[in-house]
Design a protein around this ligand. Structure first.
Ligand code: ZN
Length: 261
């Protein structure tokens, strides 16, 4: 059995600054996720938070991560751009990334999507009903046709993201809106998953179905390759090319990186 190294990143601000949120998640959202995911023998889970040096995402931690989970909300602007660039590069080389709930507005998700990732929202203790669209997809394994969360924040369309490679779930809310609540994209060699539930006021990350989706997503998105894509080498032809210009031949001989044309 392969061990998948999971890093759960959480800004960890609401739980510290607001006592009522701290009561919902005494060990932080990252702690609740680590506990829920840690029940699986194949997942080796570590956590990282905003306040740690490099937000807990040192080069060593990123290199040792097969799939990263991202929860952020009020502190998106506090995340260092250099750290975001490293996480971005890790995804392009093959690391998986699972972005949760208000992480839709995180620097890393917007950079990977290339769009604003905006949406509609409302906090009204609404019921959310999540429908499975692709029951044969590995991320949907073990789920019923739908499940409900008795109270959640509403997210509504239009969700400003590129058309997903795969749309796995759609949410319905009591107030009438719908939302694409579980979707996947490939970026470079990495797999990106967005999963909607998880407003900090509700114990959503202790729900068995929510944990099932995130667990499955860890397995599906986990790194399978590590291929650097941040260089564009000039290469010599495999055999003599009669029409090659002297300039092109010289450039190939010099082995220049990303130079030419
Ligand atoms: Zn929220």
């Amino acid at each position: 059995m392969r061990t998948i190294n999971v890093t759960v990143w959480n800004e960890y601000l609401h739980e510290v600054q607001e006592p009522e949120i701290g009561e919902v998640y005494p060990a932080g959202i990252h702690g609740a996720l680590a506990e829920g995911l840690g029940a699986n023998d194949d997942l080796a889970v570590r956590t990282a938070t905003l306040a740690e040096p490099a937000h807990g995402l040192t080069d060593e931690v990123i290199a040792a991560t097969d799939v990263m989970i991202w929860w952020g909300h009020m502190g998106h602007h506090l995340v260092d751009n250099g750290v975001v660039a490293k996480v971005h590069e890790a995804v392009l080389s093959g690391m998986g990334l699972i972005v949760l709930h208000s992480g839709h507005y995180s620097k890393i998700f917007r950079r990977l999507m290339g769009t604003n990732c905006s949406l509609l929202w409302r906090e009204a203790n609404e019921k959310e009903r999540l429908w499975v669209l692709e029951p044969s997809h590995p991320i949907m394994e073990g789920l019923p046709p739908y499940f409900e969360l008795e109270a959640e924040e509403m997210y509504g369309e239009r969700f400003d993201v590129p058309t997903p490679d795969e749309l796995l779930m759609v949410s319905w809310f009591q107030g009438g809106e719908v939302f694409r609540s579980c979707a996947t994209w490939r970026r470079g060699h990495g797999r990106v998953v967005y999963f909607r539930p998880g407003h900090e006021e509700y114990p959503t990350y202790r729900d068995e179905h929510v944990l099932r989706v995130i667990t499955n997503a860890c397995r599906w998105a986990a790194r399978t390759v590590n291929i650097a894509t941040n260089h564009a080498p000039n290469v010599e032809a495999l055999e003599w090319v009669p029409g090659a210009s002297a300039r092109a031949a010289a450039a190939a001989q010099a082995g220049a990186d990303s130079v030419g044309s």
